[in-house]
Ligand binder design. Structure first.
Ligand SMILES: *Cc1c(COP(=O)(O)O)cnc(C)c1O
Length: 404
């Protein structure tokens, strides 16, 4: 008789975004004349840059001719893309990464899921709280998080590192020592960052405790402040203790085209086993990281035109972030983030829970946001708005909040 992976049965009943979708659908059905604006989802809205579209067209044409046709892609990804990444994302920042330390993939979400496989079930994970839900979910599916405690809205065997206004969204070292530490910086959902000093302390901590840091830098391109590192490898010693994940989704609009990469330095070892060689064997790597045409599109992001065009998209979103931040601040809301990330994290008014605030915004202002508690227990009392909408809708939404 076949058996299922019953870790799936431990997952909390309803995923955050499906609960939101249901509430919004019910509201719209009851109020068909109301125009609902979404500042909720973490998806981009600007079209792919012209330089990217041009590269896609060209690569598609190449596929139609035997001489330039491409079949299975190389395991680690095409060298033209890995080289562009090394030159632009690392060398330009004084970081030396080798070609065989970069692994192209179909996105950071897949890599976050797959990375779990190379670690023993015996590890204890620590996550900043609140955080992007994929890290915990993928570990939960692999049976590495204990039981879900409904009353605490938390897993019994996960170390949560609260990041709130009280500690300036900079996690403190946990009481129990973790083996795997997830850090997302700039952070989704709080939009906050760690300075190079703060991140360097975490690198030191990981080295001292023989822990590994899984560093998600999906929002690296949004960093505007000088003291925030773009890569964890800007910190001394990080190559011996950190894996870095990146994505083309939020910096260049590839959410629907799928492209990302993971860096695993050869210096990163468990005993004398290189994680780099384990990751090279992971399932999902052979042939299907990302198609040739998409990797060519990714290469175009690093061309002069591609850089200018994607920079303009980021500036567009960050202008929305400014509109939200300043608009809310003028209304007396306490806001965080929105300077190095397209997320604004706001404190809900005293005594108003995250979900209450969700209902108030939806019903009184017809705006959809995301309740902070959906990202972890420390997110209660906070709320996330995203800057990925149009400027017009963002302005309209802030006007409505003024009239709440
Ligand atoms: C959106 C997002 C990703 C997903 O990246 P993909 O490459 O689209 O899979 C990864 N990490 C964080 C924190 C994100 O918000």
């Amino acid at each position: 008789m076949f058996k299922i992976n019953d870790n799936y049965l431990k997952l909390p009943g309803s995923y955050l975004f499906s609960t939101i979708a249901k509430k919004v659908a019910a509201y719209k059905e009851a109020n068909p004349d109301k125009e609902v604006i979404s500042l909720g989802i973490g998806d981009v809205t600007q079209p792919l840059a012209p330089a990217v579209i041009e590269a896609l067209h060209k690569a598609v044409d190449e596929m139609s001719v035997a001489e330039t046709f491409h079949g299975y892609a190389p395991d680690l990804g095409y060298e033209f893309l890995r080289k562009a990444i090394i030159d632009n994302d690392y060398k330009a920042r004084g970081v030396d990464i080798a070609l065989d330390e970069i692994f192209i993939s179909d996105g950071a979400k897949s890599d976050s899921g797959n990375i779990v496989e190379i670690f023993s079930t015996d590890n204890t994970i620590a996550v900043t709280d609140p955080v992007y839900p994929v890290y915990i979910d993928s570990n939960a599916m692999a049976g590495k998080t204990g039981d879900y405690l409904q009353d605490k809205q938390a897993w019994s065997d996960v170390i949560y590192m609260p990041c709130t206004a009280e500690n300036d969204f900079t996690p403190d070292f946990p009481e129990r020592t973790p083996d795997i530490i997830y850090i997302c910086c700039p952070n989704n959902p709080t939009g906050t960052t760690l300075t190079k000093d703060a991140l360097s302390k975490w690198v030191r901590y990981a080295l001292d405790n023989k822990a590994v840091i899984i560093y998600d830098a999906a929002y690296e391109a949004y960093i505007s402040e000088e003291d925030v590192p773009h890569s964890i490898y800007e910190c001394d010693g990080a190559k011996e203790c950190a894996i870095e994940m990146r994505s083309f989704s939020k910096n260049a609009g590839f959410t629907g085209t799928r492209l990302g990469f993971t860096v695993i330095p050869k210096a990163l070892k468990s005993g004398d086993v290189m994680l780099n060689s384990l990751w090279a064997r992971r399932h999902g790597t052979k042939f299907n990281g990302a198609p040739y045409i998409i990797q060519r599109a990714g290469e175009a992001v690093y061309s002069d035109e591609g850089k200018a065009q994607t920079k303009a998209q980021i500036a567009y979103y960050m202008n929305n972030a400014k509109i939200i931040r300043e608009g809310l601040n003028a209304q007396g809301y306490k806001t965080y983030g929105g300077v190095n990330a397209p997320y604004i994290w706001l404190k809900t008014p005293d005594g108003v829970t995250s979900w209450d605030f969700f209902d108030i915004l939806l019903e009184k202002a017809n705006i959809v946001g995301t309740p902070g508690s959906g990202f972890g227990p420390s997110g209660e009392g906070y709320f996330r708005l995203t800057a990925f909408g149009s400027k017009e809708n963002t302005e309209k939404a802030i006007e409505r909040i003024k009239n709440l």
